[in-house]
Design a protein around this ligand. Structure first.
Ligand code: 3PG
Length: 306
């Protein structure tokens, strides 16, 4: 049985070693396709794979079509907007993610980005502190919860908006629930985005919401670039010269943002929220174990194309 680990952005060696150990103990053969630059390499590698582990790699209908034996694909991570679920379902391929496994890395980066922006992108001049500031967590899932927890250590007052999470759960965790997304943006100096990219959320963060933010407001996006309305982002940052935006997923209009907004904008050169050895190990090993459990016991926990 062949397990393909296809990662355009490779895992740390420690994670690959752990994945190999789990798959070999289950008498499966692990094949690596790392740092590929041409999708043809992925088509060729997946052709005879029984299972595949990916990160943000695009599992399109064409990839699914090239896979002649594939039974399961596991996105080692949270967001599965890179998987064509309909194509998988049509070929009876089980698609899974590994929720929560890389969340701490992303949450730590979100808070690090807040410090970076509060200190004028580490340039000279007087910065500010996070203590006493209001943080709005936009979507209280695995990452949002951890970001809230860390933010409280900084002495921030934490609010959250998430229509899918009960107010009681937030209150029990020392977070103030708000009823509308507008209230979140209106109240908070910092907003940390943790929404998935889907039909409901794409381009949903734009002029109207950002214009509600208090003076000096800062948006931190470690979620997905697709949730931002880029044109409206430019418009509001031109109008409101106090607003800041920091992200680990460079927008399509990165060059324009850099040119127009200088230190009020920062994007990491490569998507890096979950790029830690610890997150790689947690998510990678979970993915391998889920594949073993699927073939051994038919375990479909974490299936996302039900
Ligand atoms: C996720 O959805 O788990 C994160 O965005 C991490 O993505 P990555 O595997 O590409 O780093």
């Amino acid at each position: 049985m062949k397990i393909l680990l296809a990662t355009e952005k490779p895992f740390a060696k420690e994670a690959v070693d752990g994945i190999r150990k789990i798959t070999e103990q289950a008498n499966m053969e692990l094949c690596l396709l790392e740092k590929y630059t041409d999708v043809q390499e992925l088509y060729a590698a997946v052709a005879d794979a029984d299972a595949m582990i990916v990160r943000s790699d695009q599992v399109t209908a064409a990839v699914v079509d090239a896979a002649k034996k594939l039974k399961i694909v596991v996105r080692a991570g949270a967001g599965y907007d890179n998987l064509d679920l309909d194509a998988c379902t049509a070929k009876k391929i089980v698609a899974m993610n590994t929720p929560g496994q890389n969340s701490n890395a992303v949450a730590e980066l979100a808070l690090g980005m807040m410090v970076f922006m509060a200190r004028n992108s580490f340039t000279a001049g007087t910065g500010g502190e996070l203590k006493g500031k209001k943080l709005g967590i936009h979507a209280y899932g695995h990452v949002g919860r951890l970001a809230a927890h860390i933010a409280k250590g900084f002495g921030m007052e934490v609010y959250a908006f998430d229509p899918y999470v009960s107010a009681d759960k937030m209150k029990n965790e020392g977070v103030i629930p708000v009823n509308t997304v507008e209230e979140l943006y209106k109240n908070c100096h910092y907003i940390s985005l943790h929404i998935p990219a889907n039909d409901e959320t794409k381009k949903s963060i734009g002029y109207n919401l950002l214009s509600l933010m208090p003076k000096g407001g800062c948006l931190v996006n470690t979620a997905r670039k697709e949730v931002i309305n880029e044109e409206e982002m430019v418009k509001i940052m031109e109008e409101r010269t106090d607003l800041k935006y920091c992200t680990d997923i460079a927008p399509d209009n990165n060059a324009t943002m850099v040119e127009k907004f200088g230190i009020r904008f920062f994007a990491t050169p490569k998507k890096m929220g979950a790029q830690t050895a610890e997150a790689n190990v947690n998510a990678g090993l979970a993915a391998a174990q889920q594949i073993v459990n699927f073939f051994k016991n038919g375990d479909k926990t974490f299936q996302v194309n039900k």
